[in-house]
Design a protein around this ligand. Structure first.
Ligand SMILES: *Cc1c(COP(=O)(O)O)cnc(C)c1O
Length: 400
């Protein structure tokens, strides 16, 4: 998965360009920076790579979600629908925007179940956030069609699937906007960082201004310029060192995906030998970034047994069903409504009235799937020795 496997001279050169000018700020300092605008260049390159009109760099994938939700007009009283299998950041951003997250089931794509989405839409639904989890596509065309029918914008959380496509079209370009993360363990990384892509000029302008304290960016698109402010914002600015890293890493993204695809194919062959195994549904193999491989056993007991053998032989898989960062029933702070705010916000209103309750048994279909699921992260570089070790472990597991 992570881009840190391929750090090299390219990243160093880009970083040194920045240190040579001494300008870490993405705006201003025109005289000193010798025409070097790393964040701006990274945005232009990323938009072009994805086939989007605009890209807005921010400090993280979580910030990208927050900025996108703000620009889409989400606030208190609103509901935002996302899936019960995702990283906690997706719903943290929804709460941070003042809204309430509503969770759908996932199906064998391990992403949003469109049929359940349809059931969870209400008058209060303001945005729908499908997540392209574990490197591969959600049923984004069906989800978009349902959202369109109800006139609700779609925000694609593409944090785990940069470079992924569906029928040749980049993930993140199907909805009103798509967000990305470049944190330290993502396929391409800037250490910390995020991006939002869109084709909508107004949305882009609002995101650009919101992420920079509401500064007027209209007078000087791509720069700062004006001193007027149309609305309150916040600071989610990316700095030049991250932009520099992003430029170098983006150039390596396709190569990383190619490496992962090769390793995933080899692992898949070895996993297929386990009797009764089936694989996660990938709608378009060509568009899979191959950062992960997910497989199902017949039932929870079998999955646990298989994973015990794998672990005992040095190749334990991730049982995402019991992973506390990614699956709804395991988010104990969400279920308990824990918050630092003395008022109880965002779980309670000012008058201590319970605002929203999360029941850990609310997603039975997802739970039944997740209990049978095992996942490997696919490295960009898989040594022959490691592959032999994993194959041997899988062979032993096949005999269970
Ligand atoms: C990593 C991740 C994020 C958050 O990104 P950060 O850059 O770590 O803030 C959001 N959503 C998903 C699905 C992620 O995996």
């Amino acid at each position: 998965m992570p881009g840190f496997e391929v750090f090299g001279e390219e990243e160093k050169k880009e970083i040194m360009d920045v240190l040579d000018t001494g300008v870490l700020f993405r705006y201003e300092f025109a005289d000193q920076r010798k025409g070097i605008y790393k964040v701006r260049t990274f945005e232009e390159n990323f938009a072009k790579y994805c086939g989007a009109k605009y890209a807005q760099a921010v400090t993280s994938g979580t910030a990208a979600l927050k900025v996108a939700l703000a620009a889409l007009g989400v606030g208190p009283g609103d509901e935002v629908i996302t899936q019960g299998f995702t990283f906690v950041a997706t719903w943290e951003a929804i709460f941070d925007a003042g809204a309430v997250p509503v969770f759908t089931e996932v199906d064998e794509t391990l992403n949003m179940d469109p049929a359940d989405l349809e059931k969870k839409i209400t008058d209060k639904t303001k945005v729908i956030i499908p997540v392209h989890m574990l490197g591969a596509m959600a049923r984004i065309k069906e989800i978009k069609a349902i959202a369109d029918k109800h006139g609700i914008p779609v925000l694609e959380d593409t944090a785990q699937a940069a470079g992924g496509t569906l029928e040749g079209k980049h993930l993140g370009t199907f909805g009103a906007c798509g967000t990305f993360s470049f944190d330290s363990v993502k396929t391409m990384t800037t250490g910390e960082g995020g991006m939002i892509i869109t084709d909508d000029e107004k949305l882009q302008r609002d995101m650009s201004e919101y992420h920079d304290h509401g500064h007027d960016h209209a007078v000087n698109p791509g720069g700062r310029g004006g001193e007027g402010r149309s609305f309150i914002g916040f600071n989610y600015r990316m700095m030049e060192l991250q932009g520099a890293m992003g430029i170098a890493q983006l150039k390596k993204l396709n190569g990383m995906i190619t490496g992962q695809k090769k390793n995933k194919a080899a692992l898949k062959e070895a996993i297929a030998k386990i009797p009764g195994v089936s694989f996660r549904t990938i709608l378009d193999d060509k568009g899979d970034t191959a950062t992960f491989i997910g497989f199902f056993l017949e039932d929870a007991a079998k999955a646990q047994k298989v994973n015990e053998v794998l672990a005992a032989n040095g190749a334990g898989a991730i049982p995402f069903g019991s992973n506390t960062w990614h699956f709804y029933p395991k988010w104990e702070h969400l279920i308990a409504g824990s918050t630092l705010a003395k008022s109880g916000w965002p779980f309670q209103d000012q008058g201590s009235k319970r605002r929203v309750i999360y029941d850990k048994d609310a997603l039975p279909a997802s739970a039944a799937l997740m209990d049978r699921l095992l996942v490997y992260q696919v490295p960009v570089k898989l040594s022959y020795e490691r592959f032999v070790e994993m194959s041997a472990a899988l062979q032993k597991a096949a005999a269970v």
